[in-house]
Design a binder for this molecule. Structure first.
Ligand code: ASP
Ligand code: MG
Length: 436
């Protein structure tokens, strides 16, 4: 059994929903994980923002617009009067539910329930459409099996037990449709796997059922060797290892949610990135091992802040780094990159929610400098330590660009550099021209 995930644009219109229905109707058993139609999650978040601010009129207007848009999709998607009516009635219940929040106090818990509606609508419309076409399928609610624990981490045991139970319930068809993104938390409340989390849902479902393959279907033929938004003539990479893919996903390649590699790697399930617009293309295959190549790909991540701590106390001291790291731990802020010298340490973060508190706590240790508007450029390739000249070729390609930090040797397949964001594109282009 394979798990296939289709993103928001792949189900973004009646026409696209129809082509996904064609793709998944090949007779083989599968779990199909869907995102909300593109734009929907953003709209639901914006509606929630209005509700938090008690802007009733704006909330109602936005709910109304969205409902009308869904009515248009339904009239384009469904062929018979009866199925138009059925789908409209369903969508109306969802929007009545959304309107019910307008006169209540609004809390984060309710926001989670509001944003969950996007995936609930897309999967229901797909399921109705398949039924109308006479294609048997079952709609299984992710709220019945997808779960995170108190730390927000997936509860693997619960997911496996419950998904298997749902799949083996009487009458369940080999073609299963389910929601990405949404889940329950440790208290049974509606929650989600954070923005872009549908990939993660698919990977978790794949791991739970021991899938043959986890396929992530998007609008591009696989993971590209550089960012097509900034560099011309990028190419799809045919094979990546889990580790390489994880680095690329984390450091910028928008195509895959970074957490989704973890469950696949844990259960050694191949992940294949496919293009809905060109299904015949083989896409990118991500497996445990992948053929080595000097430089495979480059990606960049914006919104990076560097924090430098200079301290006389660090000289010949032990335990200093621990104290510094504890500050970041206390404020639940992940560190991306680190560079140290004997008298200073530089760290980068992308979540600046607690920057002020972190700054205050670090001041005890020395002088602090904060640098914003930076980007991490991540170069993935074979940097085995016995390969002479590989790192030098990267630095040479970037000889015209001031580098703020360099991280090399952390793994054998990655070099990460920090540059000012205004120089990111120049760096990506230079790496493409000279190395790819
Ligand atoms: N619909 C959610 C989002 O827009 C999840 C996803 O598409 O992966 O973030
Ligand atoms: Mg996505």
């Amino acid at each position: 059994m394979n798990v296939l995930k289709f993103g928001g644009t792949s189900v973004g219109s009646a026409e696209r929903i129809r082509s996904v229905a064609d793709l998944i109707n090949d007779g083989s058993p599968k779990i199909v994980v869907l995102s909300a139609m593109s734009g929907t999650t953003n709209s639901l978040i914006s509606i929630s923002d209005h509700l938090y601010r008690n802007e009733k009129q704006q909330a109602l207007e936005e709910i109304q617009n969205m409902e009308l848009n869904y009515f248009i999709v339904i009239s384009e998607l469904c062929r018979t009067e009866a199925s138009v009516k059925r789908a409209k009635e369903f969508v109306q219940t969802v929007f009545t539910y959304l309107r019910s929040f307008v006169n209540k106090d609004f809390y984060p818990l309710q926001e989670k329930a509001v944003v969950a509606q996007g995936e609930i609508i897309s999967t229901t419309l797909m399921h109705y459409y398949l039924e109308e076409c006479g294609i048997p399928s079952s709609l299984i609610s992710a709220l019945n099996y997808m779960r995170i624990d108190k730390d927000g981490e997936p509860d693997y045991y619960y997911i496996e037990q419950n998904l298997k139970r749902e799949l083996t319930a009487p009458g369940v068809q080999p073609l299963v449709i389910t929601q990405g993104f949404i889940c329950r938390n440790a208290y049974g409340e509606i929650d989600n796997l954070k923005r872009g989390g549908s990939d993660y849902s698919a990977a978790l479902a794949g791991a739970a059922v021991g899938a043959g393959e986890i396929q992530i279907w998007t609008d591009i033929d696989g993971v590209h060797n550089n960012d097509p938004r900034f560099v011309k003539n990028t190419q799809a990479i045919r094979q990546l290892s889990f580790d390489e893919a994880a680095e690329l996903a984390y450091f910028g390649a928008k195509i895959l949610h970074p957490s989704s590699i973890q469950p696949a790697k844990k259960c050694n399930i191949p992940v294949r990135m496919k293009n809905t617009l060109r299904p015949e293309d083989e896409g990118t295959l991500i497996t445990r091992e992948s053929p080595a190549k000097n430089i495979k790909a480059v990606a960049a991540k914006d919104g990076i802040t560097a924090i430098k701590i200079k301290s006389g106390n660090m000289l010949l001291a032990y335990g200093f780094l621990r104290k510094v790291f504890e500050v970041f731990e206390a404020w639940k802020t992940p560190i991306d990159m680190i560079a140290t010298s004997e008298v200073a340490i530089s760290l980068t973060i992308d979540n600046t929610e607690h920057l002020e508190e972190i700054y205050r706590d670090l001041e005890k240790f020395g002088t602090i400098e904060v640098d914003e508007n930076l980007s991490i450029v991540c170069i993935v390739g074979d940097f085995s330590l016995d390969k002479a000249g590989r790192a030098a070729s990267v630095l040479q390609a970037l000889e015209d660009i001031p580098l703020q930090m360099i991280s090399y040797g952390g793994s054998e397949h990655n070099i990460s550099l920090v540059v000012e964001s205004s120089l990111k594109q120049k760096a990506l282009v230079a790496l493409s021209e000279k190395l790819l």
